[in-house]
Design a protein around this ligand. Structure first.
Ligand code: PAF
Length: 276
């Protein structure tokens, strides 16, 4: 496995490669990321994983500075998973001058996480577009845990004409149901034990909608009340249709329940897709 830090060397390494599957990450890899790499191995002759903590997508006062950087450990895990190339640029390499050209996210990015993380999806789309331009993959693999991110990246590819197949991989979970996330590492042991409450609430809403309830506002308000009573600060709990990430109409069957909430100083997100 080659570990490459510059755009020039990466382009030279990939020049003769015909089938590239890209896994963009911010590092601090866990089993969820490794599942993305394994999917990429099934889909491309050459798997490129990028590791870059993208300042542009962190809101002011966010966790950019404390986001864990664990390159040596990440490279070991990537090599084991069958990755061929790691692209780990420093900030100056990816943003050699102030990045004044930024992508404007679609309307669907203004709600849910976008409402609470100003500039987040603009930063995500900008770096992902840049990675697509540098790597020129035919496939790119993302986690379904970042459901809204995956949604806006699919829009990016459609609307900007990238010839890239976007693949979403199922969320990996701890045995108690907590979705794997690099941010779980911020949780104290008490918080870790309490953290499953978000996915439990989403599961409850999913079950109730599957059994015929369609008063989405009431269901989400009750989940918010439950989390708040347990000390969480809830950004949102919402049911949306999968097609447009819009409030479901009477004929919408393919749905997703999503939540974003703070446990202490840690912001967790999760979602469950279902048909009802
Ligand atoms: O999901 C992530 O880790 C990041 O948002 C991504 C897609 C690598 C862009 O920085």
């Amino acid at each position: 496995m080659d570990v490459i830090h510059t755009v020039g060397e990466l382009r030279a390494r990939l020049r003769a490669v015909s089938s590239i599957a890209l896994v963009p990450t911010m590092g601090n890899l866990h089993a969820g990321h490794i599942a993305l790499v394994e999917e990429a191995v099934r889909r491309g002759k050459c798997v490129v994983a990028s590791i870059f903590v993208n300042r542009l997508q962190f809101e002011p006062g966010g966790d950019f500075d404390r986001y864990p950087r664990t390159l040596a450990h990440d490279c070991e895990a990537l090599a084991k998973a069958g990755c061929h190339v790691v692209f780990a640029p420093d900030e100056n390499e990816l943003y050699p001058e102030p990045q004044e050209i930024l992508l404007v996210p679609p309307k669907s990015a203004e709600q849910l996480c976008g409402q609470f993380r100003p500039g987040h999806f603009q930063g995500v789309l900008t770096v992902v577009a840049k990675l697509f331009n540098i790597v020129a993959p035919h496939t790119a693999v993302f986690g379904r845990k970042d459901y809204q991110q995956l949604f806006v990246i699919r829009a990016l590819v459609r609307q900007m004409g990238y010839p890239i197949e976007i693949v979403g991989v199922e969320t990996k979970r701890e045995p108690d149901g907590l979705a794997l996330s690099s941010r779980n590492g911020y949780l104290s042991s008490e918080e870790r034990a309490a953290a499953v409450r978000l996915s439990q609430n989403l599961k409850r809403i999913k079950g109730l909608v599957e059994s015929g309830q369609r008063d989405f506002d009431a269901l989400c308000a009750s989940a918010t009340a439950d989390l708040t009573s347990a000390g969480w600060r809830v950004d949102y709990v919402a049911v949306r249709n999968q097609s447009g990430l819009a409030f479901p109409g009477p004929s919408d069957r393919d749905l997703v329940v999503l939540g974003g909430a703070w446990l202490g100083k840690t912001r967790l997100i999760d979602n469950l897709e279902f048909r009802a």
